[in-house]
Ligand binder design. Structure first.
Ligand code: P53
Length: 479
């Protein structure tokens, strides 16, 4: 027997994670409006260029839009949640599509059909004792907000967002307790269209526009936290960081300093959401980059008084940086600038695999905020093949997951408070970065390819049984 004593606390929230824009499909069903991603094509038609140049993408007719059908969770959710229950999920992280509830984003009344859909999804979860964990905004601000207001640089977005929050907090008062205000809030700096419905291509100072939009999101997040607590004092509201800390390329202090500043780019958001004020290092950064944030009276108080209850984050990899600009040329084309770490292996998509980096990240974040952590994304995007016997032998995924779960256990022993773990894409879904189906993360395979061909049939992978065993033993039996 490999089984040891579990390091994981009783009631630990094992589960899996998805997002509406990458799984639901049914992009016009039930009165849904268009979401940002609904105008973005797949990798073959230059998805990345479209994400960087959304105004141009809006006027372009592509052959194929991966989000329009996705894996059709909209019509398969009962079957999918039943499979999650079979794995023993205690929770399920998903997002509510904003344009399903407010098709244009700026209406005053919500779309009843949209609300009714999520009632059914949550009821289905509770049928199996699965706790829903809901991301309020996961890369899918209604497209109309982009077209009409230019996205989150417009302060009115705060009110539109709060209107959305009020509708869902009220409606799902007795069904949802765990909320996250914005998925990977720091992603607005890297993919401003997905994160903030922004097109910064023609802005005189793109950095300033991004940070102004970020300020609006931070205020919106604090106000949403307040509202959630008023509507139901049991509500737990979290922030969500694309984490993975940055190592210095050498022990040259210049590299070390560079790596500290790289991490502050992301910490900035969580510093505000968790501590309640702009960290002092932003003063110099804003000054040197000619960034002036327009704040309204009361903003500082709202931030101060409404900090988050827990810190959620995604972790796929650590990063590596150097102070040498020549060296950094190697990183061009990455969402996050990162050098190749010679001590690490990488996935087929070049994402470096660093389980110990998860323990390091957990310790650093916990040291910094002293609030419960929730790992809400982690996993390996890989190509899976189905054998003639209909099996998917994804041992590489099991290896990845096992080593990360092991390091989570170590971090808990280190003293980190961890409340849950929801691996990304627990069922295969569309990749946010590339729009591919081929980049699969799931314990459940979906028969569908990059071009949208396939039966949508769901198949259990080998990792399905591994995860089931892991959950059943509360993380004690992971071999
Ligand atoms: P995909 C880049 C870097 C780190 C996290 O990503 C990222 C991205 C965006 O690609 O996003 C998160 O699908 C995000 C999910 C996304 C997941 O990582 O490109 O919250 O929506 O699917 C994995 O492999």
């Amino acid at each position: 027997m490999n089984q040891q004593k579990s390091q994981f606390p009783e009631g630990f929230l094992w589960g899996g994670a998805t997002a509406a824009n990458q799984s639901e499909g049914a992009y016009l069903d039930g009165g849904k409006g268009l979401s940002l991603v609904d105008i973005i094509p797949a990798a073959e038609e230059d998805r990345f260029e479209a994400l960087l140049n959304p105004a141009q993408a809006l006027d372009t007719k592509y052959r194929f839009y991966p989000s329009h059908e996705s894996i059709d969770f909209y019509h398969h959710f009962k079957e999918d949640i039943r499979l999650f229950a079979e794995m023993g999920f205690k929770c399920f992280r998903m997002s509510i599509s904003w344009p399903r509830i407010f098709p244009n984003g700026d209406e005053s009344e919500p779309n009843e059909e949209g609300l009714a859909f999520y009632d059914e999804v949550f009821d289905e979860c509770h049928k199996y004792g699965i706790e829903p964990v809901v991301t309020i905004n996961h890369f899918d601000t209604p497209l109309e907000i982009f077209k009409k207001y230019g996205g989150w640089k417009d302060r009115r977005c705060i009110d539109f967002y709060l209107n959305f929050c009020e509708a869902i907090f009220t409606r799902y008062k007795d069904k949802v307790k765990y909320w996250m205000t914005f998925n990977e809030i720091n992603m607005i700096l890297h993919i401003p269209f997905l994160g903030g419905a922004l097109d910064v291509t023609k802005e005189a100072n793109p950095e300033e526009v991004k940070y102004q939009a970020a300020h609006h999101q931070l205020v919106a997040s604090a106000k949403a936290t307040k509202l959630a607590h008023e509507i139901n004092p049991d509500n737990q509201v979290g922030c969500m960081l694309a984490a993975g800390n940055t190592y210095p390329f050498t022990c040259n202090p210049n590299d070390v300093w560079k790596s500290i500043n790289a991490d502050r780019e992301g910490y900035f958001f969580i510093d505000v959401q968790s501590r309640g004020y702009y960290p002092s290092y932003t003063n110099r950064f804003f000054k040197e980059n000619n960034i002036e944030i327009v704040m309204e009276e009361g903003d500082k108080e709202v931030l101060k008084e409404n900090t988050v209850d827990y810190i959620a984050f995604s972790y796929y990899s650590s990063r590596l940086t150097s102070a040498d600009p020549e060296k950094m040329k190697e990183t061009e084309g990455n969402v996050f600038a990162t050098l190749r770490n010679p001590y690490l292996k990488a996935s087929e998509w070049g994402w470096q695999i660093d389980p110990l980096g998860l323990r390091i990240t957990m310790n650093l974040i916990y040291d910094r905020y002293q609030k419960p952590l929730f790992i809400v994304e982690n996993g390996l995007g890989a190509v899976d093949t189905v054998t003639d016997a209909g099996m998917i032998e994804d041992d590489y995924r099991i290896d990845y997951m096992r080593e990360h779960v092991r390091e989570m256990g170590e971090a808990i022993e280190d003293g980190v408070e961890l409340i849950g773990y929801t691996p990304w894409g627990c069922i295969d879904l569309v990749s946010a970065g590339t729009g591919e189906m081929k980049k699969r993360y799931g314990f459940i395979y979906v028969d569908r390819d990059n071009k949208g061909n396939g039966t949508n049939k769901r198949l259990k992978k080998k990792s399905f049984d591994w995860y089931k065993k892991t959950i059943a033993s509360n993380g004690a039996d992971i071999e």
